[in-house]
Ligand binder design. Structure first.
Ligand SMILES: Cc1ncc(COP(=O)(O)O)c(C=O)c1O
Ligand SMILES: N[C@@H](CCOP(=O)(O)O)C(=O)O
Length: 526
């Protein structure tokens, strides 16, 4: 495989620039000259040249390999921005190479794909194509997002993609939690947080930062990329920007995000502004700033993000061998993700990969529940709320930018909105952890919704349910420490604090005897 790049017959079939080594123009030039004029020594797979001091060229990397195959994957799929919910004949549209976040009327935008072009291939074709790319290192398809490139950013050059091979996350069969706590045997947790920066935001950020990379190469005025964040968007933004050498700026509500989240953009070299406000205040500021300065907006107001996030829905279908689950439960804050899931499922239905869309549930913390209140009120009048402190700190959002997207997703999927109190969400998280998971409080919110819907008989015991886990539990370790150590007033029903024991045999034996007695089958029914 390696020597093929230097094979003279291969090089004669490609323009010289296609065998360049990225980021090293000098070396690239010498290779091109050498390939056509020097002696090629196939046995050693490197060039024998006249300059003995020149280092031998590095072997081709996965991007070089991707360039070789580019002609074969050429297609004419396209996508553009249109006003959200505009329909296919909208007179208002924008190229994805334009820097635009809102429609002329100030509404949300959506990325609209050329569905007629995609429909030239049937559902079986797409299923087979997507399945063929899983688990490989082929650039860029080794990523769970870019394995669906034709449905994400069809026109981007693979060379411009900034990817950590995100996605392809574990769909975990929650056997014990299902059986013990909700009487179910077909319960699954989609671990989107077991990911490069520890949350589902990687799925959207690879798309957004790749497009910024392309814009900068086109000399568009993008000096940096910025976001407001409750901790996960900022982590993903700063990591992907750092990988591409693009400056990032993050606006964080002071003292409202976890230490593990804060240290991520700090480590990745972002400009971190700790602002004396809440998320909604930071969001307002970043929108004003990005309207004034050549800083590209990375929050999910920017519909590019949702193109990456929707691939988690497609992945779930793929992981079930293209069978549609009955329910998918997603914790919601700024409300981009619930729409991204809907869009992923809907595209699969419209393009013939599956026959229906699952019912969606959006779960909110009761302390930050504007969507829940809107739903309860029959979608009559939306009112932003002042979000109160919650252990699910990443969804402490009172004025979600994607409210219209969320309502569309829920109305078109027979959706439901639920809420979780602080005690409910923490208990659910701790119970899930006790069955071998290590989830974040936001996933606790989603599990609470499941528990409530099971108790009310809305979700049946035999139904297939997927709970979306949005961040890694390690980012929220302090909330678990507080719970288990009894530091949270009124909470701790399921606490399992460490036992302090004297360093002598008898004391240790006493503790172990009590433990073994409590765990013996006749004393322990669980
Ligand atoms: C861990 C986590 N879960 C859930 C959410 C909610 O996602 P969304 O804002 O798209 O509703 C966020 C961010 O808002 C998050 O960081
Ligand atoms: N939880 C988010 C809040 C911002 O959401 P976004 O999807 O609009 O970027 C975060 O981690 O910042």
């Amino acid at each position: 495989m390696m020597s093929s790049l230097f094979n003279p017959s291969f090089s004669s079939t490609l323009p010289n620039h296609l065998i360049s080594i990225p980021n090293n123009k000098n070396r690239c030039a010498s290779i091109v000259v050498s390939c056509t004029s020097s002696t090629f020594d196939p046995s050693s797979s490197h060039l024998t040249n006249n300059n003995h001091s020149a280092p031998s060229p590095p072997p081709p990397n996965i991007k070089d390999e991707a360039r070789r195959h580019r002609a074969a994957s050429a297609h004419d799929f396209t996508a553009k921005y249109v006003p959200f919910n505009a329909g296919f004949d909208s007179p208002e549209s924008y190229s994805l190479d334009e820097i635009v976040y809102r429609s002329r009327s100030g509404g949300l935008l959506d990325v609209q794909h050329d569905m007629e072009a995609l429909k030239r291939f049937d559902g079986a074709y797409w299923r087979t194509l997507f399945d063929s790319r899983v688990g490989k290192t082929t650039w860029p398809y080794g990523s769970g997002v870019w394995s669906k490139k034709e449905w994400v950013l069809p026109e981007i050059d693979p060379d411009d993609i900034v990817s950590a091979f995100e996605g392809n996350s574990n769909l975990f069969w929650a056997e014990r939690f299902g059986k013990q706590f909700v009487g179910m045997n077909d319960l699954w947790v989609k671990h989107c947080g077991i990911s490069h920066t520890g949350s589902f935001k990687d799925l959207g950020m690879t798309v957004l930062v790749s497009q910024v990379n392309r814009l900068r190469k086109m000399n568009r005025p993008v000096v940096g990329v910025g976001c407001a964040s409750t901790g996960d968007t900022s982590a993903a933004l700063s990591a992907y920007c750092a990988a591409a050498g693009i400056p990032s700026i993050v606006f964080l509500p002071a003292n409202k995000i976890s230490t593990a989240q804060l240290i991520q953009p700090v480590s990745n070299g972002a400009l971190v502004l700790s602002i004396d406000s809440d998320f909604d205040g930071c969001m307002k500021l970043i929108r004003e700033i990005t309207a004034e300065l050549p800083i590209y907006l990375a929050n999910s107001l920017n519909s590019l993000r949702l193109e990456g996030q929707k691939t988690a829905a497609i992945e779930i279908l793929q992981q079930f061998n293209w069978e549609v689950p009955d329910w998918v439960i997603v914790p919601g804050g700024n409300l981009g993700n619930i729409y991204a899931f809907y869009k992923g499922f809907k595209m699969c239905k419209d393009l013939g990969l599956v026959e229906k869309v699952p019912r969606l549930v959006c779960a909110q913390a009761a302390n930050a529940n504007p969507l829940y209140l809107y739903y309860k009120n029959g979608w009559n009048e939306f009112k932003a709320v002042k979000a109160n402190t919650t252990f699910a700190s990443a969804i402490q959002i009172g004025d979600p930018v994607s409210i219209d997207r969320a309502v569309h997703a829920l109305r078109n999927s027979e959706g439901i909105v639920e809420e979780a109190t602080e005690e409910e969400l923490m208990d659910a998280m701790v119970q899930a952890d006790s069955t071998g998971m290590f989830i974040c409080p936001h996933t606790g919110v989603a599990l609470t919704a499941l528990i409530k819907l099971r108790n009310r008989g809305v979700i049946g015991g035999g139904e297939r349910v997927v709970v979306v886990s949005t961040a890694h539990g390690l980012k929220f370790a302090q909330s678990k420490i507080d719970y288990h150590s009894g530091a949270i007033p009124g909470m701790g029903r399921f606490a399992n604090p460490p036992v302090s024991v004297k360093a002598d045999f008898g004391s240790v034996m006493d503790v172990l005897k009590d433990f073994l007695h409590a765990k013996s089958p006749k004393n322990n029914k669980s």
